[in-house]
Design a protein around this ligand. Structure first.
Ligand code: ZN
Length: 400
């Protein structure tokens, strides 16, 4: 019975609308939500799982059991109906936010839209992982985010240019050590390296306000930098979520090298690996160019190379990287994510990043301890991924 249902399910998945993921339109979904009745790709199915079973129960075509009731839900619903049902409201909310509340236009009464935000956030210490209370000041006029060790400090501990700053809601599985779900992961470039800082608030609303305030400040900055661009063109460039994060094993280039567990972050064309997910700097950053330029990814590690779990190989012009995932699904998912980056054509901005990071593709690097000790006037000038090139770049909008 189960096998008959599975076969029928796969037929349903070939129909128009069902043949792409309901949430991201990735082709040939092989997962489904049996509570909502939509067909999903693996990546989106994982997010559905995270929502909890009271909202969505995601099942794999292959790995899960398909009973009559689940199949019936899929038959009765499907991606087209779900879109009409769920996105009707989304569209209305979008239109209300845009035209009625004018959230994406000018200054409104929303806290995050006043162009200035000041407050205390808990920040994870760089070395000891302890949470410390720090004063943060976001200024649209100065185009900076600063933080101070003490409330009455005159000199900020760090000055981060808005142009360099990215904010992402933390992956909850990284937060186990901190046990606070209201966390933002901020990244910026410091001397050409990706610096991460983690901030937390007891109050979920407050962290969302900081997130929105950073986006609003970035929007303001981009409007000045690109006066001819429409808001619709600027909106996708306010903040950028990571494509993927998670544990992988990685081994060095020498035959005797052993595998080490590392936390990997795929941030657009940058694949970073860290010893601890909450480290301030990655141990290494690998630039991912396009396929035609000797970048390639493939499943499996051929002998005599050292094997572990579910291996895969990333080839860059400088080096062959051997990675391993704990499960077949994880391996598939990483290969899927990295391939889509390699298949995206590079923009001139992307290539300039490559030139600057080229050396680091071959070596992991040790961090200079003194790098963070400088305190004032540290405006990261000239060391930004986008700050320098954005102003000149006509092709900025191919950088996403
Ligand atoms: Zn999807």
């Amino acid at each position: 019975m189960g096998e008959v249902n599975r076969k029928r399910l796969k037929e349903l998945a070939k129909r128009e609308y069902n043949n792409v993921c309901a949430d991201c339109e990735y082709p040939n979904p092989d997962w489904a939500s049996v509570t909502i009745g939509v067909f999903l790709c693996y990546e989106c199915a994982l997010i559905h799982r995270g929502l909890g079973s009271h909202i969505s129960i995601a099942k794999s075509f292959e790995l899960d059991n398909w009973d009559q009731a689940s199949l019936l839900t899929m038959e009765r619903n499907g991606n087209e109906l779900a879109k009409q049902h769920y996105e009707k409201v989304l569209r209305e909310q979008w239109i209300r936010a845009k035209y009625e509340r004018k959230e994406f236009m000018n200054k409104s009464d929303a806290v995050y839209n006043r162009g200035y935000m000041e407050g205390f956030l808990m920040k994870k210490g760089k070395k000891d992982k302890k949470l410390e209370k720090r004063k943060f000041v976001l200024s649209q006029v100065d185009q900076t985010l600063k933080y101070y060790v003490k409330n009455n400090s005159k000199t900020p501990k760090a000055v981060i240019n808005i142009s360099d700053l990215n904010a992402i809601f933390c992956d909850p599985c990284k937060m186990k050590t901190v046990k606070n779900p209201n966390a933002l992961h901020l990244t910026y470039l410091k001397d050409g390296y990706t610096r991460s800082i983690y901030v937390y608030s007891e109050d979920g609303k407050e962290i969302v306000e900081w997130y929105n305030a950073i986006r609003a400040a970035k929007f303001h900055y981009l409007q000045i930098a690109y006066p001819t661009c429409s808001p619709d063109e600027l909106l996708p460039h306010l903040t950028r979520d990571f494509v993927k994060e998670g544990w992988l094993w990685k081994t060095g280039p020498k035959v005797g090298d052993s595998y080490k567990k590392r936390w990997f972050i795929l941030d657009y064309r940058k694949l970073m690996y860290l010893e601890d997910p909450l480290d301030p700097y990655p141990k290494g950053e690998i630039y991912l160019g396009e396929k035609s330029k000797q970048f390639n990814i493939s499943s499996g590690i051929p002998p005599p190379l050292k094997q572990l779990h579910f291996g895969f190989i990333l080839k860059t012009p400088d080096r062959t990287w051997l990675f391993s995932a704990e499960t077949e699904e994880e391996r598939k998912s990483w290969i899927h994510s990295i391939s889509s980056v390699l298949e995206t054509p590079e923009s001139p901005q992307d290539s300039s990043v490559y030139l600057r990071q080229n050396l680091r593709n071959s070596f992991s690097y040790k961090h200079n301890k003194s790098r963070d000790s400088s305190s004032s006037n540290n405006r990261n000038s000239g060391s930004s991924l986008t700050g320098g090139t954005i102003r000149k770049g006509k092709n900025f909008f191919s950088f996403s």
